[in-house]
Design a protein around this ligand. Structure first.
Ligand SMILES: Cc1cc2nc3c(=O)[nH]c(=O)nc-3n(C[C@H](O)[C@H](O)[C@H](O)COP(=O)(O)OP(=O)(O)OC[C@H]3O[C@@H](n4cnc5c(N)ncnc54)[C@H](O)[C@@H]3O)c2cc1C
Length: 348
């Protein structure tokens, strides 16, 4: 393995800056950065002592990672491309998508092919390979619903494996891959998308947005729903190109219903939703706003004034400063409501 080398299958850079590779726009360096363009290169690369010995971090577009320090080992990205149609009939479209494809491009590709299901997940940043990691979700949809198989390089076995959805343990912003970050590199995802499906319009704002577009909700196509979701997201979420962020920084906390009811007795407008496992979900945005953190900042690290869930880099905050500000928010919510907030992105 030659450092600084380039081959058709991968390229390697030493002491590489990751500033342009994370949506917070914070500086961090990787001892070695490897961009992989062909999956077969993984066999060769993981044969080298360095990749067996040193910590390896898989990075997509860096839209769900907060670097608080440099990475002492290898940062590896899958820059692979390609969408392959595996089956196409009147009921479903089955496709295999390379990990490096941009998620939103794939959403629009699927809509243009007359498939539906992914419209509520339009404009989520990142790669297809990262989508299963936290089971990306938005506006009442989750990607797990459409995943047929996840193809991964299993570092433990030194082989490619195919994982069925039941093996992936998908949950709310969660999966097996979040719990075993050092084991699987997702190289491709197979999706099974329906040709017909009643659109999910229940989530706040979609119907009103369709109205504003002059589209009757009952007749809305998947492409129109995707457009409504895109317009909503562009209005509500700060653009990472302007103010670095990773979208929602905190998960909605899942708590015991009895505890939620105690809180509700004191705060009648606290939003509560059903969750799996006999638990309920509280609105993290509401808790943060009520704790007085929305729009607050310390230097260049702060909470967006537009959206209480979004931690933002107003300019030159370091990852450590952003993480410290996130701790302040967690402490204020804990002190006010006795609720523990959990970060959604991967903290390095
Ligand atoms: C403005 C904004 C809005 C967002 N909105 C949403 C939203 O609505 N819903 C939502 O769910 N998320 C949202 N996110 C978070 C983010 O877009 C998703 O989590 C996305 O899937 C991350 O993709 P990525 O390629 O940037 O992954 P990265 O941030 O690079 O990586 C995320 C995690 O996945 C791992 N990983 C990445 N690729 C692979 C791979 N091929 N194999 C194994 N592990 C891998 C990384 O190690 C890391 O742990 C938002 C982010 C931003 C900036």
């Amino acid at each position: 393995m030659n450092r600084g080398s380039h081959s058709p299958a991968y390229s390697i850079l030493e002491n590489a800056s990751l500033r342009a590779r994370n949506s917070f726009g914070v500086e961090a360096r990787a001892a070695l950065l490897i961009d992989v363009r062909k999956n077969d290169a993984l066999r060769e690369l993981f044969g080298y002592a360095m990749l067996q010995r040193d910590p390896v971090l898989v990075l997509g577009e860096g839209s769900n990672v907060l670097f608080t320090r440099n990475w002492p080992g290898v940062v590896l990205t899958l820059a692979t491309r390609g969408i392959e149609v595996l089956a196409d009939d009147e009921q479903t479209l089955r496709v295999r998508v390379a990990a490096g494809e941009h998620w939103n491009d794939f959403v629009h590709w699927s809509l243009a092919r007359g498939a539906c299901g992914l419209e509520n997940l339009a404009l989520i940043p990142g790669t297809v390979g990262a989508a299963p990691i936290q089971n990306i979700g938005a506006y009442g949809g989750e990607v797990a619903e459409f995943i047929a198989t996840v193809e991964a390089w299993d570092r433990q076995q030194g082989n490619f494996v195919r994982l069925q959805p039941a093996q992936c343990a998908f949950g709310y912003r969660d999966s097996l891959f979040k719990h075993e970050p050092d084991r699987y590199l997702i190289v491709a995802v197979e999706f099974e998308l329906p040709r017909r499906r009643a659109p999910h319009l229940g989530y706040a704002g979609i119907q009103a947005e369709l109205d504003a577009m002059g589209v009757a909700a009952a007749a809305a196509t998947s492409a129109q729903v995707a457009e409504a979701v895109t317009r909503l997201r562009m209005r509500k979420l700060p653009d990472p190109a302007v103010h670095g962020n990773a979208g929602s920084f905190f998960k909605n906390p899942r708590v015991d219903p009895a505890f939620a009811n105690t809180l509700r007795a004191e705060h009648a407008d606290l939003p509560i939703w059903d969750a799996d496992g006999g638990l309920v979900k509280l609105s993290a945005a509401w808790l943060i706003e009520q704790a007085g953190c929305k729009g607050e900042r310390d230097g260049d690290a702060g909470i967006s004034a537009r959206h209480a869930l979004v931690l933002v880099n107003h300019g030159h905050a370091s990852g450590a400063q952003l993480w410290a500000f996130a701790q302040t928010v967690r402490e204020r919510v804990r002190a006010r409501f006795g609720v523990e907030l959990e970060a959604e992105p991967r903290i390095v």
